[in-house]
Ligand binder design. Sequence first.
Ligand code: PGA
Length: 249
Amino acid sequence: MWKGLRLSFYHMKNLLIVANWKANKTEEEAIDWLREVSSRLDRDQISNKKIIICPPCTAISAVSDFIRSNNLPFEVGAQDVSRFEEGAYTGEITVTQIEKLCNYAIIGHSERRKYFNETDDDVIAKAKLLIKNKISPILCISDIKQLDSYLERGKVIIDNASGTGIIFVYEPPSAISGGGAFHPEDPRTANENAVLITQKIGSKITILYGGSINPDNAALFFSLENINGGLVGQASLDSSSFISLLQKC
Ligand code: PGA
């Protein structure tokens, strides 16, 4: 079925896996998950993987403290951040409020666009604030048109793209699980889009695939030549499913 698709020796490849818990888990459930995953996972099985956990903001502090005090091999990211610095912005969480707790923040997720009407200008404003405060944006891109639109809005993406300055995620909304019909992207198309994104950025970038990754398909997506890992939603919520996903890739 995947004949002709160029795969890399992914067992030797370093992978970046981002767990996006979305609006799930209390603080207590988050800590239970960490206990469970860290006690059942062999460190050798994740020696080639960097794992970033993105809890809801109510659990970031507890997750970050637990990871630090138990010396767990995980990092922490926020699921979003305000486009504003401190001030009269009811309900917002600012970069300075998260900067001591995490090194990463997801921005531009298509659910933020769909349910909260976020725009490309919002996303670029967030990217600027994160970079200024030394937090790496995990920048979601739904399609190439959207990347073009980001790039038209100044040089912040291009100037900070290399290495893990910005982590790019190619994530077509139709592939995201939960609500309505969804299906994972064809791996060939995912790989082609990763190539297009890299070419447009014009430097060596870290690029992940997102959308319906699960323990059964993760190894295939992560072995694609131009994909460096994944953004995992649903399959990261249950500790057993996340452990199985990590063990298989
Ligand atoms: P999913 O979500 O893995 O549940 O499809 C991924 C994401 O939207 O971050």
